[in-house]
Design a protein around this ligand. Structure first.
Ligand code: ATP
Length: 355
């Protein structure tokens, strides 16, 4: 099922939790709502589910306006962070529960249950109670319960946050596999950008109720629309710095490091300042001759297979990746080159990317 959100706004008194959000979600896509705590991800999800009513805007499922349609009639399955299983019921009864509200035959109900039990491989858990299950098992049951009605949309609110790191990774792979197999339109809420990037067709990045960018994970990483997106996406923080124009030449603020900026990049600003940003993998250790600048190494951090080098340069911290074969110690001078084709330039007033 296709979902269309048009100018959706949801307020809680004077807090605008969702602010004029518009987005199209294609049939069968997995879209992640991503953003910092309080940015409006869950509120958007709950409004789509009909658990909250919108203040303005429209929500369409396929081409049907669902603004005033009750949750039960929206044909959605929901999975919550705390799984929300009924503690006094067996797992079988928990999974059956959504079907008991529907007028379907016992045989049909049993078939639906058998199907999700098989899909999620939870047959041996059916006679237990939720408190006799691990977090990962409870999560599978919660997904089974969400799918048993064969919903058109699956809505998941931080479904993995109660699992340990390893199980999180494994479970997100399973969710993605299942979602593709069923080809069910899915919305997944998380504040974990790695999780979002790894399972999504598209990420909807929000901040303070507003859409920042909606695109495929790779495009968001490579082409951030604005400074917030550039900073939020990327496990190792992007290097940012002010660029000042002095006598027709541009420099990293308070340094003599010259950055070539085309004149028309200043066209939408009266200021003589821009903001530059370069990802740590695009700041490259090189020879003195090739370098744009040098700095003294302050810290070495091991990040996966690589080392992350941290330098202080006036008020800025710069970070770059190197392979562990590159031998270097704290206090050494390092020569660095900025990959110019990877340099992002932002307007210093609007913080929008100057493409
Ligand atoms: P988190 O990642 O912490 O769950 P979120 O991005 O899902 O955050 P929301 O829970 O949607 O954010 O909250 C968005 C804003 O709306 C916040 O400022 C929050 O305090 C406010 N808010 C959310 N629910 C309510 C409520 N029921 N009553 C009043 N304010 C609320």
């Amino acid at each position: 099922m296709k979902i269309t959100i048009k100018n959706l706004t949801k307020k809680f008194k004077d807090v605008v939790a969702v602010n004029e959000l518009s987005v199209d979600i294609n049939d069968g896509e997995l879209v992640t709502f991503l953003g910092p705590s309080g940015c409006g991800k869950s509120t958007t999800l709950f409004t789509l589910a009909g658990l909250y009513s919108q203040d303005s805007g429209e929500i369409y499922f396929d081409d049907i306006l669902v603004n005033d349609i009750d949750t039960e009639k929206r044909n959605i399955g929901m999975v919550f962070q705390n799984y929300a299983l009924y503690p006094h019921m067996t797992i079988l009864k928990n999974i059956m529960f959504p079907l008991t509200m529907m007028k379907i035959s016992k045989k049909q109900a049993r078939d639906n249950v058998d199907e999700v039990v098989e899909l999620l491989k939870i047959k041996e858990l059916l006679n237990r109670k939720p408190n006799q299950l691990s977090g990962g098992q409870q999560q599978r049951v919660a997904i089974a319960r969400a799918l048993v009605k064969k919903p058109s949309v699956l809505l998941m609110d931080e479904p993995l946050s109660n699992l340990d790191a390893k199980l999180r990774l494994q479970t997100r792979e399973e969710i993605r596999k299942l979602q593709k197999k069923l080809n069910i339109t899915t919305i997944f809420v998380t504040h974990d950008q790695d999780e979002a990037a790894s399972i999504s067709d598209k990420i909807l990045l929000m901040n303070k109720g507003k859409l920042q960018q909606y695109d495929e994970p790779r495009n968001i990483y490579d082409n951030p629309n604005n400074l917030f997106t550039a900073k939020f996406i990327g496990s190792a923080p992007i290097n940012t710095f002010e660029i000042h124009k002095i006598d027709e030449k541009c420099y990293i603020h308070n340094t003599n490091i010259e950055i070539n900026i085309e004149e028309d990049q200043f066209k939408n600003t009266l200021s003589a300042r821009l903001i530059g940003a370069i990802r740590p993998e695009d700041l490259v250790v090189c020879s003195k001759e090739e370098s744009h600048f040098s700095a003294i190494l302050d810290q070495i951090q091991m990040i996966g297979k690589d080392n992350l080098l941290v330098f202080n340069l006036n008020e800025y911290k710069f970070r770059c990746f190197t392979s562990p074969e590159y031998k270097i110690s704290q206090g050494d001078r390092v020569y660095l080159k900025i990959r110019k084709d990877k340099l992002h330039i932002f307007n210093s007033e609007t913080f929008n990317n100057i493409k």
